[in-house]
Ligand binder design. Structure first.
Ligand SMILES: [Zn+2]
Length: 145
């Protein structure tokens, strides 16, 4: 038996980036909530880490069993915030103008998710500028960071 090793977020993201074979993603057994549908817990050498990974944007989110689904709810809410914060910017920035059909919004969100990955979380503080730029550029297909 080896002593379980707990890694920090930086170490884990490096390991995942390098496709380290000791890293695995596992759905915790005790979870019943469908909030887990898009998330898996990160394991290293079969040792549970204090992080989960979002399957949509591959963000690494700090998570402990006591946190329940709060972390996921917060992460999911990031997109509701994203849409709401674009509205007060005026017609030029309104998401409705950029995406005429509301049913396409979820598709756009998935696109944004893939493009931003975990950068989204760090950009949340400057969300107004960020969203406007992202939506604009991903919408006309010429996304750049
Ligand atoms: Zn995500």
């Amino acid at each position: 038996m080896t002593t379980p090793t707990i890694y920090n977020k930086q170490q884990l993201s490096k390991m995942i980036e390098n496709k380290n074979p000791t890293v695995s993603f596992v759905k915790p057994k005790h979870t019943k909530s469908n909030k887990w549908d898009n998330y898996l817990q990160i394991f290293v050498n079969d040792c549970a880490q204090h992080f989960i990974s979002c399957l949509k944007c591959h963000s690494i989110l700090a998570w402990k069993p006591n946190d329940g689904t709060n972390v996921m709810e917060k992460h999911n809410k990031a997109f509701e915030v994203l849409i709401k914060t674009t509205r007060p910017l005026g017609s030029a920035a309104a998401i409705d103008d950029l995406i005429p059909d509301p049913t396409t919004i979820s598709k756009e969100i998935d696109k944004i998710y893939n493009l931003c990955k975990e950068r989204l979380m760090s950009y949340l503080t400057t969300i107004n500028h960020f969203v406007f730029t992202q939506v604009n550029e991903s919408y006309d297909g010429s996304f750049r960071i």
